[in-house]
Design a protein around this ligand. Structure first.
Ligand code: PMP
Ligand code: GLN
Length: 393
């Protein structure tokens, strides 16, 4: 018997698009350019540090906010990169990835009926985090084709509705766009005027291309008043499976986040924290080369997609790139992605999955965090067999 003892908190959520598309990739032996993860190894020094951590006895619960040496190294890295001073004791919390960080932050702020602005396409965990906590997402669509912020609509929404929280993703997944310094300042000015908190999801902060600069939410003078910034080690150390993230916020917000953090995960994998701390301490140069490393992959992918007929949109950050198909508008992006996996053996993400109303502008997302040979195979398959998508109709 399958009686329902309670109503779903997330009645509109199914299995995540990343899991669905990875399953499809496996089913059709497709190259998985769908879910965002590298297919190459993390730096080997990390493995040595992990082993060292285990041997040295870092095997029991870590302190609830994170290993102090990791928080100190994070503080150093933020000082080094953004000239931001953060107190490891009171302003940095290590989480089980950025996903848990975002959920816990939202959960500590949002109460029943509170409204939070999301810009769509939006990373898939934002809306469910708000809804599960009784909040109401207010969706604003980014302008196409630039995917920049619809400033007038934002201003009008803030003036009309009481908004508690705005979630910003920069560099942006799935669009690959980045915000200018002026954009960051403008968001803070609006947040100050309308008394909102800003969550900056900056998990791709070190993946910015073409000599652009990442403008962090950390760099503004209002950061310690109303900013919360989230990072993920997985994106920079090529180890998404280690699930280590961290949150920077003022001491009041941090203490509120930690109250929930301690009752959800309590603390994060200790040897992995030790290894991350040692890597940050001894291999800081690794991070300085990341942009170049990924830019080469982006350029390789774009250069080799010579005759597949996809319109590749510009990507200045993150490890994703968008592609629009113009040859048959009657195929939905979901169906296009399914056919691409089945007939071309390349998996991607339909970006309607990042809109609450499944808005479909015939665009799909590819992840280029892959070995050159993987990208090469994907490009060959796309170039040679994309017409099968139409024949298969
Ligand atoms: N935010 C964005 C924009 C992401 O793309 C991801 C996933 N890569 C996350 C948050 C979650 O990061 P993590 O894997 O550390 O939970
Ligand atoms: N962030 C990754 C992406 O955008 C996926 C993470 C996940 O599978 N939950 O593809």
């Amino acid at each position: 018997m399958n009686s329902r003892l309670f109503d779903s908190k997330l009645p509109l959520s199914g299995i995540s698009v990343f899991a669905r598309m990875t399953e499809l990739a496996n089913r059709y032996s497709a190259v998985n350019l769908a879910q965002g993860f590298p297919d190459f190894s993390p730096p080997v020094q990390l493995f040595d540090y992990l082993n060292e951590g285990v041997q040295k006895g870092f095997n029991q619960y870590a302190p609830m906010p994170g290993l102090l040496q990791l928080r100190e190294e994070i503080s150093n890295r933020l000082k080094n990169t953004y000239q931001h001073d953060s107190d490891p004791e009171t302003e940095i919390t290590v989480t089980a990835g950025a996903t848990q960080a975002i959920y816990t932050i939202v959960s500590s702020i949002i109460r029943h009926g509170d409204k939070a602005i999301l810009f769509e396409p939006a990373y898939d965990s934002y809306a469910p985090s708000i809804i599960a906590n009784g909040g109401i997402p207010v969706y604003l669509r980014l302008n196409e084709p630039s995917f920049d912020i619809p400033w007038d609509e934002l201003e009008a929404t803030l003036a009309k509705e009481k908004i508690k929280l705005i979630i910003i993703n920069n560099p942006h997944n799935p669009c690959g766009t980045i915000l200018s310094k002026d954009n960051v300042n403008r968001l803070y000015t609006m947040a100050e005027q309308y008394n909102c908190i800003l969550i900056w999801d900056e998990v791709y902060d070190l993946l910015v291309y073409d000599n652009n600069t990442h403008h962090s939410g950390l760099e503004h003078e209002l950061m310690l008043k109303r900013g919360i910034v989230v990072y993920s080690m997985g994106k920079t150390l090529h180890n998404t499976g280690w699930k280590i993230g961290y949150v920077i916020a003022n001491s009041y917000i941090t203490s509120e986040i930690r109250k929930l953090h301690q009752f959800t995960v309590f603390s994060v994998n200790t040897p992995a924290q030790y290894a991350s701390a040692m890597f940050l301490k001894n291999h800081f140069d690794f991070f300085k080369k990341l942009s170049e490393f990924y830019q080469t992959k982006r350029d390789f992918f774009v250069k080799n997609l010579t005759k597949c007929g996809l319109e590749i949109l510009p990507a200045s950050g993150s490890y994703f790139i968008l592609a629009r198909y113009n040859f048959d508008k009657s195929i939905s992006d979901e169906s296009f992605a399914q056919r691409l996996a089945q007939y071309c053996q390349v998996a991607c993400i339909p970006i309607s999955a990042f809109y609450h109303d499944r808005y479909d502008s015939r665009i799909v997302r590819f992840c280029f965090a892959k070995k050159e040979e993987t990208l090469q195979i994907a490009c060959e398959r796309l170039n040679n067999s994309i017409d099968k998508i139409q024949i298969s109709k």
